[in-house]
Design a protein around this ligand. Sequence first.
Ligand SMILES: [Zn+2]
Length: 197
Amino acid sequence: MSRARPILLLLVIALLVIPGTAAPAQANWAGATGDTGCGDLNKADNRDHTYYESSLSTAFNGPATYGLNYVDSVAYVSTTSVSAPTGTTDQVIYDNAYTSYCNRPWWRPGSGGTIGNTRCVSDNSANECEKHEVRLSTSWGNSSSATLSKRRSLVIHETGHALGLSHRSVSGEVMQPSITSILTFTSHDIDHFASLS
Ligand SMILES: [Zn+2]
């Protein structure tokens, strides 16, 4: 028991210093509302989650469909692809070689950085988020460090933000702040989905 703790701490530290960590998108866990800036406070307005994939590149086209299909299989949430985005589409996904969007330190070869960002762009009358935009880095997505599992995991992670999940400080979860190959939400995450209307 006492020997296990230093090992766990080393693992946590190692994960945090890996170059290419995911976006520090600070979605709320407990239900903060009203933010449509880059602060990313974003209680989801519902759990009937419509989404639109905006001309995604090869790096993220398949992973986006995979990730949203997985989320559709999760308890309490359903996802529906729409043929054109509207003002109430819950999640619109873009990818590009971002360098300055939301003033994030976007990923660059050799230096790592942000690989995905989720932002609320429109609130409803209850100050809950009506519409999120997800931005995925093609600079990272086309690099050798972006395995298929990691690209899928990034989509699930950012969709978690669009459903109101914050980062988790527990390592080994898809909602930890750095990239993983994890493709499932935890029961903790799913408990949050149950709280959505
Ligand atoms: Zn994140």
